[in-house]
Design a protein around this ligand. Sequence first.
Ligand SMILES: *Cc1c(COP(=O)(O)O)cnc(C)c1O
Length: 394
Amino acid sequence: MSNRLDWIQQELAGLKEAGLYNRIRTIGSPQGAWLIVDGKRVLNFCSNNYLGLANEPRMVAAAKAALDQFGVGPGAVRTIAGTMSLHLELERRMAAFKGVESAITFQSGFTANLATIPALVGKEDVVFSDELNHASIIDGCRLSGARIVRYAHADALDLERVIKENEGTYNRAIIITDGVFSMDGDIAPLDKIYEIASAYDIILMVDDAHGEGVLGKGGRGIVDHFGLHGKVDIEVGTLSKAFGVVGGVVAGNPVIVEWLRQRGRPFLFSSAVTPADVAAGIAAVDLLENSTELVDRLWENARYFKAEMKTLGFDTGFSTTPITPVMLGEAPLAQQFSRELFEENVFAMSLGFPTVPRGKARIRVMISATHSREDLDQGLEAFARVGRKLGVIH
Ligand SMILES: *Cc1c(COP(=O)(O)O)cnc(C)c1O
């Protein structure tokens, strides 16, 4: 008997023992405030569908129309088979929405990072990277071969310290930070980081996956939030969160966008998202440009829920966005909390290592504009009951 795969069985058993094994629930309905999960109707506190656009009728209609006009697939890589006019339109619309000159789209936010970072830095270069940056940034950095210098989370002073420490040791440099940190819901001090990038003449890149559609005027993102228009070289984003669809985007300096069309490997070697996805993305931009109502409701809901959770005695960490971590400590407790919530018809997933550091397991509640006040109250009551039962609150 061969035993070449035994190690995987052992690793999997270890994950289960440590409460770190991913058990993926099956959703049998569209995204929304309520879902059918494993056959049961539950309140949705999990998704990144901040504005409820994942099942928005006008976006669904736009996707259907694109199916009729352009078919189901893009056929091949854009640089080889030509790019559909629809994809270019989305890029123009995203650039305009973001208030920048240029944008390029990718299959996902993940591939946007894998494309961008290795196109800009290599072996002789250095990346100054926030220690809590998203996995796709970390992977993009590793792929680039550049030296990775981490600075303390959201700490502009520490960023400046590591830049000074490394002066003269590299050819090119780039500073990369998440805009909104998805596990804690805090915001990068981009104004201060920009000051440093500009003082040391270093390329600045922000990944605003959780800020787009959430921060800034009408959801224009972190650059708008800080009034840094035209100052941030690269804004990475995703269409899979607030925009409710799928796809990645890099917006910003036109020279960089042009370079990515030549050297962004996921752009050159992987097909684009489908016409239906692109049309839905354009429809999302339409909706956001026409009204701030959804973004306003998202924030109203988030403020209400977080204030009530604090009153109940929960530790919701440092979040200043609709992402609401409920800090529980050890992973098994977080998993049990999530299971008990599910019994109460509330779907809120626990997060443990390696998604968050060891000992910092949590339930992450994702508030959406689709939640009604009654939905939020129902969720709060469930949290209160489970929290008391498990001794998390009194
Ligand atoms: C979610 C996320 C991504 C990945 O986006 P996808 O479009 O889902 O691939 C990238 N970066 C950050 C910071 C994210 O939060």
